[in-house]
Design a protein around this ligand. Sequence first.
Ligand code: FAD
Length: 287
Amino acid sequence: MIPGPFDYHRPASVTDAIRLLADLGDEARPLAGGHSLLPMMKLRLATPAHLIDLHGIAGLKGIRRDGNRIIIGAMTTQAELLASADIGSSLPILHETALVIADPQVRYRGTLGGNVANGDPGNDMPALMLALDASYRLEGPNGAREVAARDFYQGAYFTALEPGEILTGISIPVPAAGHGYAYEKLKRKVGDYATAAAAVVLTMAGGKVATCVIALTNLHETPLLATDAANAVIGTALDDAALKAAAGAARAIMQPASDARGPAEYRKHVGGIMVMRALQRAASRAK
Ligand code: FAD
């Protein structure tokens, strides 16, 4: 399949990109790495008449530290995240998650901004952004605003992005020193989207879980923050009963689709297992 016809635009600044989006309206879409948008266009599930390529905007790339936060430009690729020593030491779960996205070819083109702005429940980064309590900088015709990742996802392919807005950066608080982390992803084969996945960030004190956040990928039409599941393990030594309680609480909020990755009941079952595995691995890493 080949995409329908479109006009190609390559603005040199965020201001120009916003102006183009405002002028061209619904028929225009930002283009980042193209590894979600172009497959949709090839299947004619998306038929934008105008593509606004963000690659000409130098300020949208890069990773920098601002106090206790890491700020990542929207056009930073998954491969660039993997190559960053700062990400490896400060946000190791981001490194771990980028490594299980697709394959090296996709990771060289696919961007963090495109992954989180896309709104596909199968994308891995949105749940991680919920777990890390990231926020997104959105810039549009009415100025700039900051939206918490936890408020961004409204439905499959529906986000808080308003018409004419682009995501320019992702801001992530650095987790506490000594935190444990894990991203557990079940997939049918290398390069596949998640059948089910869970992100866990926790801290331990005196052999017990002191703080814990759990988020889920591809188990609902949006990424999910599994608050009850996290509360089920806080104050415990992650014994069998606590792990099972967390899996049960997580399953209670899952509503996956039945699809080629399995029927909904199977995906909920393995979703709970991903939660238990992620909790155990995160605890084993906590100092
Ligand atoms: P694009 O495809 O260019 O854009 C995606 C959407 O976001 C479009 O609607 C676009 O208009 C919008 N957009 C992009 N950037 C912005 C912005 N800055 N502001 C506002 N809107 C924007 N992803 C996973 O998470 N896990 C996987 O396992 C996985 N497997 C894959 C396997 C294959 C074979 C392929 C081809 C892709 C896979 N992907 C997977 C998707 C890949 O990670 C994409 O790169 C990613 O979802 C989108 O990022 P992108 O930069 O390519 O964005």
